[in-house]
Ligand binder design. Structure first.
Ligand SMILES: Cc1ncc(COP(=O)(O)O)c(C=O)c1O
Length: 348
């Protein structure tokens, strides 16, 4: 979901970008006009996300999936291992792709407990020669989220695709934070990579240029043609975020939105059920079941008929999922909560 105000602004200037007689997507990416959008996007990310000077902000095409491989390619040098926390579908994909490019191992897996929670730091097994611990900050499909970051003696790297810009980051504990932008920030086609500058000397340089973090960072993400459209939209979304009060406002709104839906679930007397333990519940993707699974198709269809499409859980897990990303207005959540209460009353 993107803020309506941003979509309208994009629409208004799409055909003729600020008097250029052409669209932003037709202008050269080396033009001064695009250059100022590009720089402003980087500056706003730094300002709003509190990205320290020692990190580079890099824009790369190919989404978060490409980062699964690129991360291992760049960082797993000299016999070092990558540790992965297996919290669900996305963590498993990161691990599988990482394993194609280096030695990786599972530091903890939630598979046997149905991915009902994230681990405590004490449950993680970190071997010698571990380069990083990879965490999936928020499992978009399973609805578990690290509300507390693991405390381990190795640098963290995080896939934040589905909770980017919804919570602050303790940067001193991270070497890399990455994510696709299409949940909270922009249309698909772009991954953000925040990479600690001091590690770039030690990343692999014997890779095709596009796969090298140091190349993207040294060229200010202009090594090749950047994905202009998502960067352009993201810059507007970041301005919108700043107008709303920045990261603290996004975090508070996420707390309120998700809290209200979890409250309906927890106070439903077992009619709605959350498969996730309270301390690991996602503030972006509220995953739930109706205890009587046979009611779920009716719930999803009626919700759609009432202007709330997209409540079907991911096809791999079934059930229901309310994705409440940054641009979701409070009114949308209030409408969902009212609908959930009504549906339960009518079913009883
Ligand atoms: C947590 C997480 N990681 C990775 C991905 C993959 O992202 P992309 O489609 O940009 O490759 C997704 C996509 O939804 C995701 O939710």
């Amino acid at each position: 979901m993107l803020p309506l105000a941003v979509l309208e602004e994009v629409q208004a200037e799409f055909v003729d970008y600020r008097g250029h007689g052409m669209s932003i997507v037709e202008l050269s990416h080396r033009s001064a006009s695009y250059g100022s959008v590009h720089r402003s996007a980087v500056d706003l990310l730094r300002e709003l996300f509190g990205v320290p000077e020692g990190f580079d902000v890099v824009f790369i095409q190919g989404g978060a999936t490409m980062q699964f491989g690129m991360l291992a390619m760049n960082l797993l040098t000299g016999g070092l291992n990558g540790a992965y926390v297996d919290t669900g579908a996305w963590a498993s994909k990161a691990l599988d792709d990482g394993s194609q490019h280096g030695d990786v191992y599972v530091a903890w897996s939630g598979r046997d407990i149905g991915y009902a929670r994230v681990p405590d730091s004490g449950e993680l097994t970190i071997r010698e020669n571990t380069r990083y611990l990879h965490v999936t900050s928020n499992e978009t499909i399973g609805g578990v989220q690290f509300r507390k970051w693991p405390d381990v003696p190795v640098p963290l790297v995080a896939d934040m695709s589905s909770d980017l810009m919804s919570r602050p980051i303790p940067w001193h504990r991270f070497d890399v934070v990455y994510g696709g932008v299409q949940k909270n920030l922009a249309p698909a086609g772009l991954a953000l990579v925040f990479v600690r500058r001091s590690i770039l000397e030690h990343t692999r340089h014997d890779l095709a240029s596009y796969f090298r973090y140091d190349v993207h960072a040294s060229k200010d993400s202009m090594h090749n043609t950047p994905p202009v459209f998502p960067i352009y939209v993201m810059e507007k979304v970041l301005r919108w975020m700043r107008d709303q009060g920045g990261l603290p406002a996004m975090e508070e709104a996420a707390d309120i939105r998700s809290g209200l839906i979890y409250q309906i679930i927890d106070e439903s007397g077992g009619f709605y059920v959350s498969p996730v333990e309270p301390a690991s519940r996602s503030k972006m993707n509220v995953v739930f079941r109706i205890a009587d699974h046979a009611l779920e198709p009716h719930f999803i269809a009626e919700a759609a008929a009432n202007g709330m499409p997209g409540l079907k859980g991911h096809r791999s897990v079934g059930g229901c999922r309310a994705s409440v990303y940054n641009a979701m207005p409070q009114a949308g959540v209030d409408a969902l909560c009212e609908f959930m209460a009504d549906f339960q009353r009518n079913a009883g």
